[in-house]
Design a protein. Structure first.
Lengths: 592, 592
């Protein structure tokens, strides 16, 4: 055995493979949510056949597994390069993105008038999860493009729509959102980038933005920034922010790209993960911008994009959870180590598989329970948004808005938890780059931070959405939950958790009247309570309609695991939320 | 503003600084544990004056802050290099390690007969935390050396002790433990590395080990592997493993280093973090080894080192929690963003500090409550080990053994949690390398994996240590807790959590008689329950004896936060532990 021929155990690492959960998705569409029946009542989807939907899912899964996933680890290792303002993405990314774009995936739920496919948001949620699982760095170029389309479609002039949307839906051009400045992150009201109106009606944009995902790269002919800036006479704070379209190349009248605009990438950020995603500092040096929507109404307009991105980033967390489960379950199945507590299960081999160990099963079942529960949650919220958009269902719209921050924060928090659990299943190999698991952890971590940190989501849920209607929308939802027919074993636990969440909501609403610090003090725990309650509902529904076969056996076993081992967390959360804000406010600032 | 002069927001990142918690440590030594009084009853420590102890703490803190911490980020960025079997550590590491060694820090609690300082383990725990905080990669070279000393001191021949211990305590030579093989991690019984006796009484060691921390590097004159291997006629499994001293260079009779031994580094592992720590694949090619202890008794002997390392790795988690708290509290104090819920607190500035936001306080207080609670826990367990070793206190020894896996797993789990929370406080900056916070997360993550993954610690606690005496030692400890006089506000909550832990322990012991899967199914939740209960006890004690000044105010506020917001987790854990093992065992292996 020569020392030089062996280059480390790392080289034995198995590539992370991704496989679409086709059976689970069809089960959700057909049996749990009966979306066909829901869609048949919506004119735009009346002709959407089950076979078409399943073919879309299968083809999306193929693109994810065969086109995107093979570049995930290589993209992390290679990263993006910056040279004199030019950014080079990892080998293969441009070609893979072109395939994603040419397949129409960016416009899947987009406006058909401008090249979108007009498919339901709920279907989009299922497909987005796959792309996030397969390669989150690569899909970031897509999700920002989709979000920019939504924003331009909602707030743009007819001309802006016709110039930008076809190019963006087709992926010839990509989108980016430019909000953050080095001193202004969550607090956008204090941003300084300025916009000055020019004689031609355009605006000169000057300032520096940081953390700009896909702000500069080499994968598309043009890059369209949606940039927040202040007019000289704008009111202070968030009411004085306007939104501008600031393309890299100014479009000619014929739709081709013309003159280079006055902005450039000042550098790439050096990040913990998502290294295939080019995150730039962008310097605007009198760049030409076109007002999108009304002056000083930019933040509200930007929220069209942000709400899309928040849901999408939640699905990123779900994608990480699913990928972590698959990779660690594959490892556990093949890794022989130790013996079952009750005695050898595989006596002819040197050891049993990791699957005999109860604690390994706990780690796998936790990942699976969250991944499948959160998939159902994403689909449910997507359906509410479809009902609002296409059927004018205001109640569904309120529930969708209420749950958008829950999906963003709960799914990304569980995404990290699951990635860490998956890493733990791999033991030492989980810490070694070649095995791919540590990348899933690093990549998943960003989901909790960007698009509004999860603490911001939680205060949006409690401070804004619960408080503004005194918890009425949540009560409606809890009413839907307790009215659902589920298998007998889940009836009482589900009623119990709903009753406890309802009581604690009323307590928070009442106490917040006297105490402005109360919502923020309890918001993260409250959001977790809501997320777990939703998961419990969806697991009860899934277990109650699961077929009498192996697939159904797995559903029932995972549901029971969720109720026995994960839902009890709500007992601690309930107690914690009962604490007054003094628990966090008592410490004087000077003593931190 | 020129695009090329700005190279990214990253460059504005603040270096992570470390400051020893001198006041907290003195409070623990003097007021909480009155160690002087305890030590005065131990002959070996009777002359140890408070001033000497505090000077040791202060000087250790200086070495940590001034010598080790400045190399933490640069060591991560530079990493270790491998070339033809030679390993180069990051710039400055060798000089810093020499300073650590020459200061006598490796031998702080070591045997004075061979150059150690003979200080209490409890003091060692406090000092180790600092070194882990300051630079975990660098301190790994030290902690493995200390562990090797303990093992040789306990199991070596007089000649082995005199040859190796002085060189190791002085840091001229360093130690490493070589256990893992690519197919044998947790399950050491299936290892294949072989040892064949030679005519001179030494053994020829042949095989490959992986994940060998400090296995090869350029910081010391010699590297002493403690290597597990099998004799040709050894019994199968863990009863057929022997332990060998396998130095890089064979020692001459005069103590100088002689012939190069027959092993070498085959490569470095590519890791998520602790990149300044050189982790090798080691190939033994008939290397000369010297039996340490008895043939086939190697695993038991190795546990002398492993038990030390487990406690030390727990302190690594504590170190990460403390560092994360300091760095994120500094950030929160200086970062102006948003306004307090009750209105501007700093109206002359563009925004208030992050400290006005209740959820930011929650994140900081969680880190602080765990860091300070876990520091007290480490000290408490160190004291039990001192009482056993120096005063023959068997009861203290049993408690120390019971809690060793708790310290290892609970402190490293909380270490990651706190690092992730600290990163969240920094928002986007937390994800950017130059700010140093993401490194703390990557570095902390290994603590949960190595030295026996945390799931292994949990099954050691429940399956071995609780089951072997039916929970008697834990009951003794709970008796100590409930017998402690604490401030009135903590009496009832502390009694309640002890009563619930006692009941759930009895339930686990009873159910495990019928169900071999039960301990493993509930062990991780059970360990967390024990850890939180211990923290509650120690927080109640700290709050109850804290002085009437700002330091005491902070202690009381943090204690109240712990009881109101963190201890409630035990309600969920209790419920989860009540579940039968079927919750994890029901899923058929084929359906994962």
């Amino acid at each position: 055995m020569s020392a030089t021929t062996i280059r480390g155990s790392g080289e034995q690492g198995k590539a992370v493979e991704y496989q679409v959960q086709q059976q689970d998705i069809e089960f959700l569409l057909d049996d749990v949510f009966d979306v066909q029946s829901a869609w048949s009542k919506i004119e735009a989807f009346a002709d959407l056949s089950p076979d078409v939907v399943k073919a879309i899912v299968a083809e999306g899964g193929r693109v994810a597994a065969e086109v995107m996933a093979p570049l995930n680890q290589s993209g992390d290792a290679e990263g993006c390069q910056w040279q004199d303002g030019e950014v080079t993405t990892p080998t293969g990314f441009a070609a893979a993105f072109a395939e994603l774009a040419q397949g129409g995936w960016l416009g899947l739920s987009g406006n058909p008038q401008f090249g979108g496919q007009g498919m339901p948001k709920s279907l989009g949620c299922l497909v987005e999860e796959m792309f996030w699982s397969a390669n989150s760095s690569l899909y970031l170029y897509g999700t920002l493009t989709v979000g920019a389309c939504l924003c331009i479609d909602a707030h743009g002039s007819p001309e802006q729509k016709s110039v930008y949307l076809p190019k963006l839906y087709s992926g010839e051009w990509t989108g980016a959102m430019a909000l953050t400045e080095s001193h202004a992150g969550t607090d956008l009201g204090i941003m300084r980038t300025k916009a000055e109106v020019q004689s031609d009606g355009s605006y000169a944009i000057t300032g520096q933005k940081i953390f700009i995902t896909s702000g500069e790269h080499d994968m598309a002919e043009n890059i369209v920034h949606l940039t927040l800036a202040r007019l000289p006479d704008a009111p202070l704070g968030s009411k004085g922010i306007s939104l501008f379209i600031v393309p890299k190349y100014l479009p000619n009248d014929d739709g081709s790209v013309g003159e280079r605009n006055g902005w450039s990438s000042g550098s790439l950020e050096h990040k913990m993960g998502i290294k295939g995603s080019a995150t730039s500092v962008i310097n605007y040096d009198g760049a030409k911008g076109f007002l999108l929507g009304e002056e000083n109404q930019g933040l509200a307009a930007m929220f069209t994009m942000m709400n899309y991105e928040r849901l999408s980033v939640g699905l990123q967390g779900l994608g990480a959870a699913q990928l972590a489960y698959q990779h660690s379950a594959n490892y556990a199945r093949e890794r022989l180590q130790g013996r079952a507590p009750a005695g050898p299960q595989n006596p002819d081999a040197v050891a049993d598989s990791l699957l005999v160990h109860p604690d390994v099963r706990r780690m796998l079942l936790t990942q699976r329970a969250y991944a499948e529960g959160c998939r159902a949650m994403g689909l449910y919220v997507g359906m509410q948004l479809d009902l609002e958009k296409y059927a004018g269902d205001q109640r569904a719209g309120r529930i969708g808005q209420l749950l958008t921050p829950v999906v963003k924060a709960f799914l990304t928090d569980r995404g990290l938890d699951c990635a860490v659990l998956g890493q733990q299943v791999l033991g030492g190999h989980g810490y070694i780059k070649e095995w791919g698991m540590e990348q899933i952890v690093r990549d998943a971590r960003i989901g909790q931070i960007y698009e509004g940190a999860n603490g911001v989501q939680a205060i949006d849920l409690v401070g804004r959405k619960i408080m503004r209607d005194g918890g009425k929308t949540l009560q409606d939802l809890l009413g839907d939950i307790t009215a659902t027919t589920v298998a007998p074993e889940f009836v009482e636990p589900l009623a119990d958790v709903c009753q406890r969440l309802d009581a604690v909501t009323q307590s928070v609403v009442a106490r917040a009247q006297q105490d402005p610090n109360l919502p923020g003090a309890v918001s993260v725990d409250f959001l977790d309570f809501v997320g777990l309650t939703l998961c419990a509902w969806l697991w009860a529904r899934m277990a109650s309609c699961a077929p009498q076969n192996e697939f159904g056996d797995a559903k029932r076993a995972t549901a029971r695991y969720f109720f026995a081992r994960l839902l009890p967390q709500t007992l601690g959360l309930e107690q914690s939320i009962k604490a007054e804000s003094a628990a966090v406010m008592e410490m004087p600032e000077t003593l931190f």
